[in-house]
Design a binder for this molecule. Sequence first.
Ligand code: UGA
Length: 437
Amino acid sequence: MVTTPRTVAVFGAGYIGLVTGACLAELGHRVTVRDVQPERIRLLNGGEVPIHEPGLGDLIAANKERLTFTLEAHTALKDAEIAYVCVDTPPTASGDADLSRVWSVIDTLKGAPHLAAVVVKSTVPVGTGERVRAALDEAGLAHVGYAANPEFTAEGKAVDDFLHPDRIVIGTSDARTDRLIRELHDGVDGPVQTLSVASAEMVKLAANALLATKITFINEIATVCEATGADVEQVATAIGMDHRLGPHFLQAGLGYGGSCFPKDSRALRAMASNSGYPFQLLNSVIEVNDLQPRRAIQRLKTELGGLKGRRVALLGMTFKAGTDDLREAPSAVVAARLLAENATVHCWDPMARPADVTPWNATTRHPSPADALCDADAALVVTEWPELREVDWASAGRTMRRRLLFDGRNTLDPDALVSAGFTYMSVGRATVRPAAP
Ligand code: UGA
């Protein structure tokens, strides 16, 4: 528990706001989370968690004395000493971050009686903090400190990432605010780095862009492996043993997705372009990542001798395993491409929330991998769900029209699939086929 419990208002009850609010309450602070969506607040007040995030429900339940939810900004701000801005910053048509939700939070702060600091956790372009500082001064809040405190939590392990981070980054020029945020994190197990507001804003964008680049690099190596006979899994393992490179984010697949990497890399590119600098490396990363799921469909098409009229079992819809999030998932591109080629698409995912948007409304959803595989001409693994390793592939294969599996995440055992009679395709490795009878 912290030595000085603080009263905190968290704006935004999405992945970041809820995890921040619940973790700060766990550390001993009094937290009110405010969101503008009535349904979200109704669920939270009824003890339900509107998103899937391991450990979050338990944390909210365990801290309910110190954690409340409201639709009203003035309720959240009544006693608040610190206001955390955790709203989303989606891309606009130009690729820039849409900051309208950040500004509407800032607009509510005027007159908050006990406010000592405003902290932005949302991912924002460099320079936003300076503009927020000016807006606070203009609103008569010159006495209120400002800090950027970007988050580095990954969906599926956000609670653990918050409580045991690699680092806490505090961007502020004000020693009092720095101290306040350091104290707020008392009990969190990780080093703290204080830097300028602009640098903190850049750390977030640069870290995500570098991770996206690392994934894209290994996906490019995978393509070269396919052309030359090398095996990307063996290559990535050996590369990762070099301590200067490390083993993380070297998993080749259908490309990165989610609510962060695609949006943040485009926002950094837009930010660079706005200042007249074409960020060419990032341009290539974005382009290669867009191409990655399309390449997989092209390979499948060649293997099947065309996709028209083929039935494809699409296994996994979420952008990665362990989440219910479909945002920017490669599965949407894969499904849309298959439909455009006049294939039929039968999906399975253990957690994806129903999404009414195309292409999903033109596909059929099944309750198990075995159901989705029935009568299929091919299976395509899009998300590395552990459930797929439990499938009895020999029996599932007997229900398929053709035993062909494209493992878009290199998550299954090629030998087991080939023994079950499958032709096994994957990313960055040679296709393996059962021996001729
Ligand atoms: C990412 C970062 O990992 C967090 O540090 C950051 O805080 C967060 O974005 C954010 O900006 O909020 P997240 O998007 O939840 O977190 O997911 P990751 O686990 O990083 O995966 C992103 C995508 O990359 C997924 O589609 C995943 O399948 C893909 N990926 C990841 C690969 O294709 N290969 C890999 O080796 C690793």
